[in-house]
Design a binder for this molecule. Structure first.
Ligand code: NAI
Length: 335
């Protein structure tokens, strides 16, 4: 069966890593057809809008998008196109795996295999109700956490544990201080956890979590947390295992899902063929899992690992002298 996906090539290094990723997918017999759509700076230049209606319609129709990083120009409407996409499609679950890979100059070349499940639609991160007093002395924002939002993200984390054979969910919070917002999240998480007696559940305060992640990351399996904590923790986790060039992310809702690399458009290396395509490739692997093709997703991940192990055509960020497409071809050759 053929599945059409929306493909957003994006800005900066976006087109380079997308071409590399599609090259690998094309060697895999995954039954995908691509519908290309624009967003970001390239869309502003071509269509006069950062997020054209045609792109929204394409994602709504196909329900699956593979997206390269986008530039949100300062002072052009949205604070972030990515946040806007999450809001418009109610992509409530941000799922970011962090796994040790060989030959990545990382602090933990082995032992880390965890997933951060971050609530993606509420909390301080979305910046609701931001004001600054006239004299510029006082700044405020509203932080809203709901039982519904907490329940669905915690449920997502436990369901993911069951689906992927993982054993433990750690609920990360700051309920000792933020008794209302973090308190509601924790209380809701405890209630949901009782429905999953087969999955171990523990609780950890966010500051301690950061220290534990740096010292003993192997103790974590799935972390579930609110939006802002998840934003910070997932980057910390990417740093444990070799940086942004290897960090994928999925934004998942009931009606649509968008798969991407966590990193940005890397303007400093754009157009030079230096970009590491692995983060977007790993995002594509998450997409294959989501599309019910886990064996293909595993093959893709295994080919990436084998290419890293062989140090074949690695990009400069990994200490190699290959380029984006030669690296992708080396991966494709191992599938
Ligand atoms: P960045 O992630 O683009 O770059 C940070 C550093 O990491 C740079 O030195 C860059 O060269 C390097 N890097 C990033 N991805 C790499 C890759 N695949 N291979 C090798 N090196 C890589 O972050 P920065 O500089 O803060 O943001 C640049 C632009 O990207 C901004 O306009 C920002 O708004 C946008 N951005 C977009 C995101 C998205 O669309 N998902 C996420 C983050 C930032």
């Amino acid at each position: 069966m053929t599945q059409t996906i929306t493909v957003i090539r994006g800005d900066g290094i976006g087109p380079e890593i997308m071409d590399a990723t599609l090259h690998v997918l094309d060697t895999m017999d995954v039954g995908l057809q691509y519908e290309f759509a624009d967003a970001g700076l390239v869309a502003l230049e071509k269509h006069g809008e950062l997020l054209p209606q045609a792109t929204m319609d394409s994602i709504r129709k196909n329900r699956i998008a593979l997206k390269s990083p986008l530039t949100t120009p300062v002072g052009e409407g949205f604070s972030s196109i990515n946040v806007e996409l999450r809001k418009r499609f109610d992509l409530y679950a941000n799922v970011r795996p962090a796994k040790s890979f060989p030959n990545t100059k990382s602090r933990f070349p082995t032992g880390v295999d965890l997933i951060t499940v971050r609530e993606n639609t509420e909390g301080a991160y979305i910046g609701e109700g931001q004001t600054v007093s006239e004299d510029g002395e006082v700044a405020m924002l509203t932080q809203k956490v709901t039982r519904r939002g907490s329940e669905r993200i915690v449920r997502y984390a436990f369901d993911l544990a069951r689906k992927t054979g993982r054993k433990k969910v750690t609920v990360v919070h700051k309920a000792n201080i933020l008794k209302s917002t973090s308190g509601l999240f924790l209380k809701t998480a405890r209630a949901v956890a009782t429905e999953y007696p087969d999955i171990e559940c523990n609780e950890m305060i966010v500051d301690n979590t950061c220290m534990q992640l740096v010292m003993r990351p192997e103790q974590f399996d799935i972390i579930v947390t609110t939006n802002l904590f998840g934003d910070i923790i997932s980057d910390l986790c990417a740093g444990l295992v070799g940086g942004l060039g290897l960090a994928p992310g999925a934004n998942i809702g009931t009606d649509a899902a968008i798969f991407e690399a966590v990193h940005g458009t890397a303007p400093d290396i754009a157009g030079q063929g230096k970009a590491n395509p692995c983060a977007l490739l790993l995002g594509a692997a998450q997409m294959l899992d989501h599309l019910g093709q886990p064996e293909k997703a595993s093959r893709l991940r295994a080919a990436i690992i084998a290419t890293l192990e062989a140090k074949d055509s690695l990009t400069p960020d990994l200490g190699g002298s290959g380029n984006t497409m030669s690296f992708a071809k080396a991966i494709a050759g191992r599938i």
